[in-house]
Write a protein that binds this ligand. Sequence first.
Ligand code: NAD
Length: 375
Amino acid sequence: MNFEFMFPTKVVMEKGIRKRISQYIADLQLEKPLIISDHGIGEAGMLHDVIEDLGQNHIRTSIYLDVKPNPKDNDCHHCAQEIDGKGIDGIIALGGGSVIDTAKAVSILATNGGTIKDYEGVNVAEKPPLPLVCIPTTAGTGSEVTSWAVVTDTKQQYKMAIGDERMIPKLALLDAELLVSLPPAIAASTGLDALTHAIEAYTCKAANPISDALALYSITLISNHLSDSINLGNIEHKEQMLVASLVAGAAFGNADTAAVHCLSEAIGGRYDTPHGEANAMFLPFVFEYNKAADIKRHADVARAMGVGIHKSDEEAANRCVAKLFQWNEALNIPRFHEVPQLNEADLADLATRAFQNYSNDDNVRHMEPEDYLFI
Ligand code: NAD
């Protein structure tokens, strides 16, 4: 058995921790950090406490808010140009996965120059990126502990993956109070994104014993807390979802994702479909398609979800498929045919994009473009 596992991020969880961010910034010896966030976060009033605490402790900051969902290459370039020559020595990302991934892309561009496409692939950048502090405001992506940034190539309309171990955030501050304003539809789809990460980490070919332990724990947490976390005020369940999302991030960040992500990134790049929704809509179909390739692991997932405990592996996995479909229905996840702008003429190209995805080779069942077309 050969594997590597990395978890260099310091994690601090406490309700209200954002109001004491300056002590952590001082520990990291950052003197002039850039805050990256988005307009939705700004309008929800979440930036205020962070800026106030940094200001009171004489830490000078710049702010960039023009992040879009499924972050775009030109926004990353725009942000990097804006900070060029300003002596920025680190980045604070306050937001969901789009903000965190933009921050990661900018951290590479700030020290290496060029365009973000230059760094597509793994460990391409010559110089280390700027240090990164993340405060996630969704419980879904786990990007606060991964080495990946996913950025849309707007010319070729696909989501490119940039991987660099040095891009793994130095610090993740988990503050459940920030999730209280999360609209229920986003809480639901981002929660299913975290579930997808955990299930794909556990069932993919790159799984290892540590990612397995994390993935199964995350699946159980999500099964116990997702539904109750969706109501706006339910902070204890939201806190559990923040843990589940980070743990799933540590799992897939050290294993891989698989066919669900190959499909969701293909349609996200083409139609700008929200990432959580895109994963959730494909998860039951891919689980069903994959399960025979490793029935034992798919049954383990079912049992971690509390489904099919005393049943055969096959029956447990079948019940899990039914449960995943039920969840999508109950949480109002749109179906693939409801994706805005979906065009049947694009399907063959989307299947090819999915096949070309970095994670395709780690799907437990061998996949060709026709398999994606079939799904
Ligand atoms: P997001 O960051 O795109 O945010 C979605 C919307 O929710 C935005 O409009 C945002 O303003 C709003 N929002 C976020 N938090 C809020 C809050 N607390 N209250 C009110 N509104 C809030 O959504 P996401 O699902 O977190 O991120 C998706 C992105 O993350 C995708 O681009 C995906 O590819 C990427 N991703 C990256 C990794 C990785 O390891 N790098 C892993 C998974 C996903």
